[in-house]
Design a binder for this molecule. Structure first.
Ligand SMILES: Cc1ncc(COP(=O)(O)O)c(C=O)c1O
Length: 395
């Protein structure tokens, strides 16, 4: 066993990525071009999408979320129902679009959006003057939320406006839904409510492009999204995009470039394998920890990508210290977002819904902690981590 700390995250850079990126560097073309197109075709296959769907790359998961909210029609004064147990990146685009977050409670054990609380909150906002435009749910650790229940909550809420689901799948590359199919495919099969999926390909994700993101929009929005990611101009058109085109809708500078796409192309195969490695380690932990006294483990989800392996412990400070002394990195990864002053100044909960009930969030955010479970761990390291966790639980 090495004396260095076992890390919680590691950058996965396949040898093929070095070759792909040096070819692009030598080519003289590094902006968005054919390499991005190739990467997107490969992503369609890796994400097991339907022929009518198209994965669109962007320069970050945050940009994917921002673009999805824009496409969903979110604008000034609108309300976006969102899980506060997430990265700040989930909330910031809502604020930049001048909308207000409506905090929805999470399950105390999984940290995933609680559809019953969503239903209650949406019912409270079903007045004609209110405009709830989107529900942003976060696939914590790579485990998909219960989208059938979220869709049912939306349908039963009495909300009359067009309301979209934005799935923050930043952790969930390679994840599958409750039917065992790609999380990208499910929203298309059930197309009664617009559903956007946003992945991140930032440095430490299963699939990295350095920084980057992937947006899957409902098929009728794909071409609009393709333009909006680059100012509102059509790079594929025969009409010169420098001076020949007019912008009908103001877009963003959110596109991916060929350098990032080359890294993605080189890493894609290895990343798919990495998901299985994370899942195998998570399965071992699940089996080892499920009956321990001081620890709760979330129910097993066969489709989770297990980007992180999150457990709930009765005394987090003592757990973190115990693991640190034994050279094992742990982390909360994200803190609850309803505590950031910048996010609550204008949140819809304190403004309109009164004090918000957050029992699930209170419990999850107080007790959750993640332990290393990634592709970089040797079998002996996985065994050592499990043994150490069990030692703490029995102490
Ligand atoms: C839950 C969640 N959403 C969004 C993001 C933003 O992704 P990016 O860093 O690619 O912008 C992250 C980043 O890790 C995240 O963890």
């Amino acid at each position: 066993m090495s004396v260095e700390e076992i890390p919680l995250f590691k950058v996965l850079m396949a040898p093929e990525a070095h070759q792909e990126i040096s070819a692009v560097m030598r080519s003289g073309h590094i902006a968005q071009g054919q390499i991005v197109e190739d990467f997107e075709q490969r992503l369609n296959l890796a994400l097991e999408l339907d022929k009518r769907q198209q994965a669109l790359t962007v320069n970050s998961g945050t940009s994917a979320l921002h673009l999805a909210l824009h496409l969903a029609g979110v604008g000034p004064g609108d309300i976006v129902a969102v899980s506060p147990m997430t990265c700040a990146a989930t909330i910031i685009p809502i604020l930049h679009l001048k909308a207000r977050p409506l905090w929805i409670d999470v399950d105390p054990i999984t940290g995933l959006m609680n559809p019953l609380d969503l239903r209650a909150k949406l019912a409270a906002f079903s007045l004609p003057h209110d405009s709830v435009k989107a529900v942003v749910a976060v696939d914590w650790a790579g485990t998909p939320c219960n989208y059938p229940a979220i869709r049912a909550a939306i349908r039963e809420s009495g909300i009359r406006s067009q309301l979209s689901i934005v799935e923050d799948a930043a952790h969930a590359f390679g994840a599958k839904n409750e039917h065992g199919t790609s999380i990208g495919l499910a929203p298309y099969i059930d197309n009664s409510i617009d559903h956007y999926v946003c992945w991140s390909t930032q440095a430490i994700k299963h699939l990295t492009t350095g920084d980057g993101g992937i947006l899957l929009a409902p098929p009728y929005q794909t071409e609009r999204a393709r333009k909006l990611r680059w100012f509102g101009l059509d790079r594929r058109s025969k009409t010169d995009f420098r001076a020949g085109q007019q912008i009908e809708e103001a877009g963003y500078k959110f596109h991916m470039n060929d350098l990032s796409a080359a890294i993605g192309n080189g890493n894609l195969k290895r990343a798919v394998r990495a998901v299985s490695e994370h899942q195998a380690n998570a399965s071992f932990y699940h089996h080892m920890f499920k009956d321990l006294k001081r620890i709760h483990v979330p129910p097993w989800h066969g489709g989770s990508s297990y980007w992180i392996y999150t457990i709930l412990v009765d005394d987090r400070d003592s757990f973190v210290e115990f693991m640190k002394l034994r050279r094992i990195a742990t982390s909360q990864v994200h803190r609850r977002c309803d505590e950031h002053p910048a996010f609550v100044r204008d949140d819809a909960c304190s403004r309109a819904a009164g004090t918000w009930a957050s029992q699930g969030l209170d419990f999850f955010s107080k007790h959750q902690v993640s332990i290393p479970c990634g592709w970089w761990l040797s079998p002996s390291e996985v065994g050592y981590i499990a043994e150490t966790v069990i030692k703490w639980a029995n102490s």
